[in-house]
Design a protein around this ligand. Structure first.
Ligand code: COA
Length: 419
């Protein structure tokens, strides 16, 4: 099968999650991704939260499939020479080191351009260049706080109030996906100009980009003083900042997570129920409440909002003898937007996800095999084949040979502990 990114050579100088998620996706689509890792230890995630002793942890295997691994100590003169050779012969270098690390290593953007003017350098940092926090090292949850997600997620009152972190990797994988778009854009640009360029995505910016509708709400709040689709409206007061909206969240469609049969013992016996304006009439039919369609207290979103929690309570009453699956099976017949709250266990075993390749099993030399999340992007002419993550340094000698090193030179690099 033709893989569109075949022939693109990527130096993968990434670690942890943000960078590896980006390069993994490019590898799925055909790029030759060579992960450059420190000899002896490699990417820190190889040993983080191991489920099997002395075997690469799932954190690593799930973010580094389809890559090759080269160990290289880029702080030695010999290691620097190898990296220089790689830069000459590659198209893209991706890195997510702490601020300034690449410069300290001797590979500033200026130096990289000298070595290969066609090189695309793609970087993830916590904050953008010139930002007052540009010197900070940043992890996932820090980015969620810096990019607006934490201040707008969670409960606004009660014991559980306070900014809340999402379990989704809004800071890490999300930033990596933005970077992948940047890399491909720069690559297409290079076909037009013959020149590489530096592409940078700050985690703060990538989170903010996902919080666009919350910025919309800030602008509306500044003008109007209230947000009519938030649970605070109309009974509570608004301050001058966008409040957390509990399970209303998102883009501002009125909806909530509602209990179904069995919620007392099953932490995921819930569905998400949206009361979209256009779905109101079928919702009334599905719930057996046709009178709501013509009742002035229920007819419009504006009329419903003051007692929306009572409406949800009525729907919860309707749900109490139905499992989440039964409820969705009824509601789908009426074209009502809704979904069960799926647990990770349910997703892992989901037949549809396995059939579509969104959940895949991958054979691995040391683990036997592992389950992982496959490509969320589907093509008509490309079915990404997910292959195992590499062992540390598995491809060192092969990559060096491809770079033109002789067996003696490779042995000398090993002896110098440069690889
Ligand atoms: N050979 C020699 N040295 C290497 C090397 C190699 N193959 N790979 C990395 N190093 C060195 C770096 O040059 C750096 O050296 P220096 O700081 O002495 O100049 C050192 O390893 C540490 O790198 P750093 O990236 O700063 O690691 P860290 O563990 O201290 O910080 C992060 C981790 C993730 C916080 C930091 O990398 C970061 O903020 N990255 C940008 C934002 C990001 O991507 N965060 C999310 C990660 S999911």
């Amino acid at each position: 099968m033709n893989k569109p990114l075949n022939g693109i050579k990527i130096i993968d100088f990434t670690h942890v999650q943000a960078g590896p998620a980006c390069t993994q996706m490019l590898a799925w689509f055909g790029a030759d991704v060579i992960k450059v890792e420190r000899p002896g230890s490699g990417d820190v995630t190889r040993s983080q939260l191991r489920d099997i002793p002395n075997v690469d942890a799932l954190y690593f295997t799930m973010l580094n499939s389809n890559k090759r691994s080269l160990t290289l100590d880029t702080k030695t003169a010999e290691g620097k020479a190898v990296l220089e050779k790689m830069i000459k012969e590659s198209d893209v270098m991706v890195e997510n080191f702490g601020p300034g690390a690449l410069d300290r290593m001797g590979f500033s953007w200026e130096r990289i351009q000298e070595i290969n003017p066609k090189m695309i350098l793609a970087s993830v940092k916590g904050f953008s260049d010139g930002h007052e926090y540009e010197d900070l090292k940043v992890y996932e949850n820090v980015a969620q706080c810096a990019g607006g997600a934490a201040s707008t997620t969670g409960w606004w009152k009660g014991e559980q109030s306070g900014p809340m972190i999402s379990a989704a990797a809004l800071g890490d994988t999300n930033t990596g996906m933005h970077l992948a778009i940047g890399i491909l854009t720069a690559y297409i640009g290079r076909q037009q100009t013959g020149k590489g360029q530096k592409v940078a995505v700050a985690m703060q910016d990538a989170v903010l980009n996902l919080c666009r509708v919350k910025m919309r709400d800030q602008l509306r709040l500044d003008t109007v003083g209230y947000l009519e689709e938030y649970p605070q409206y109309p009974h509570e007061t608004f301050s001058d900042v966008v409040p957390r909206g509990g399970n209303a969240g998102g883009g501002g469609q009125p909806g909530w997570i509602l209990k179904c049969k069995g919620w007392e013992t099953d932490p995921n016996a819930y569905i998400y129920f949206t009361i979209q304006g256009q779905a109101w009439s079928p919702i009334c039919d599905a719930l057996g409440k046709p009178e709501w369609k013509t009742d002035p207290l229920y007819m419009t979103p504006k009329a419903r909002q003051p007692h929306i929690m009572d409406i949800f309570a009525t729907i919860e009453d309707w749900l109490k003898d139905k499992t989440k699956y039964e409820a969705v099976d009824i509601l789908r017949k009426f074209d009502i937007p809704c979904a069960p709250v799926f647990s990770m266990k349910e997703l892992l075993h989901d037949k549809s996800l396995r059939a579509s390749g969104s959940i895949v099993e991958v054979p691995h030399k040391e683990r036997g095999s592992y389950w992982t999340v496959g490509s969320p992007i589907k093509f008509s002419d490309l079915k990404p084949e997910i292959t195992a993550s590499p062992l540390l340094g598995e491809h060192t000698d092969g990559v060096l040979a491809e770079l033109g090193y002789s067996a003696e030179q490779i042995a000398a690099l090993h002896a110098a502990k440069a690889v």
